[in-house]
Write a protein that binds this ligand. Structure first.
Ligand SMILES: [Zn+2]
Length: 257
């Protein structure tokens, strides 16, 4: 084996070691999530906080890759690497960083979705859907959907008095604790495609027109998937989400920032 091959092999082994460390951290975090989920009540704060801590640790692996690269410098010099070969080796750590970051992001999204399902289960168990809501003026039963996300004025069929119905706080909170994480999970495949195209584009010195167009296309696909879930799940707030989606779609066109 040539000196160059030996150096390359050593570098690749180092990168693999860092990736394995990342997998270990993520596996631990997932085990922690699974153990804690049964203790959740009506919010997912505890899981979110745990993963924020893990994020710091996982992203520190970037520094490990940089340290490793610094040590390769001298070895590559001695082995006589040419500039192009040098770039190719360096690109391997860039690619590893991209993969490690996504590994975190993907598992975070899945953990939050799991936690969200537990919260949804708990809320459903605590809400009495059959409770009768009556008109404050005449006592007639009001036609109310318990799973509402904002306060509503409801006119009584019998006496026409307007009653204000305020949904249970735990139901209102489902929007952020449950539906947003589930929307992220729904759009996971689109997010992944967008993420890799976006990151690789940012590492390219001079991205091609096709590469740029592809990033815009994938951004839009991921935005559409995410918002469609929220629009379908919360029809009463569809206007709000359509507006937000359209703003994001406009942003998706912008590549130079
Ligand atoms: Zn009434």
């Amino acid at each position: 084996m040539s000196d160059k091959q030996q150096v390359t092999q050593r570098w690749e082994a180092y990168i693999e070691k860092i990736k394995a460390r990342c997998n270990e951290m993520i596996a631990q975090a997932n085990a922690g999530t699974d153990a804690f989920i049964p203790q959740l009540l009506f919010d997912t704060n505890a899981i979110n906080n745990a993963w924020t801590g893990i994020k710091g640790q996982v992203f520190q692996l970037d520094d490990k890759l940089d340290e490793g690269w610094d040590k390769m410098d001298d070895l590559m010099d001695k082995a006589g690497f040419k500039s192009k070969e040098w770039d190719a080796e360096y690109a391997k750590s860039g690619e590893a960083k991209i993969q490690i970051h996504w590994q975190y992001e993907k598992n975070y999204i899945l953990a939050m979705a799991k936690a969200a399902r537990q919260v949804l289960f708990n809320v459903k168990n605590h809400i009495n859907e059959n409770k009768i809501h009556t008109c404050t003026q005449c006592g007639n039963a009001l036609n109310i959907s318990v799973y509402s996300f904002r306060a509503k004025n409801i006119k009584c069929d019998a006496c026409e008095a307007v009653n204000t119905y305020k949904p249970d706080d735990r139901i209102i909170a489902l929007e952020s604790w449950v539906l947003v994480p589930l929307a992220n999970e729904q759009a996971l495949a689109e997010k992944e495609a967008e993420y890799f195209a976006e990151e690789r584009r940012s590492y390219a010195d001079n991205p091609s027109k096709e590469e740029n167009e592809n990033v815009v296309k994938l951004r839009k696909a991921s935005i559409n998937k995410y918002y469609q879930y929220l629009i379908d799940s919360i029809p009463e707030k569809a206007d709000h989400y359509v507006r937000q989606r359209d703003q994001r779609l406009e942003w998706a066109e912008r590549l130079n920032y």
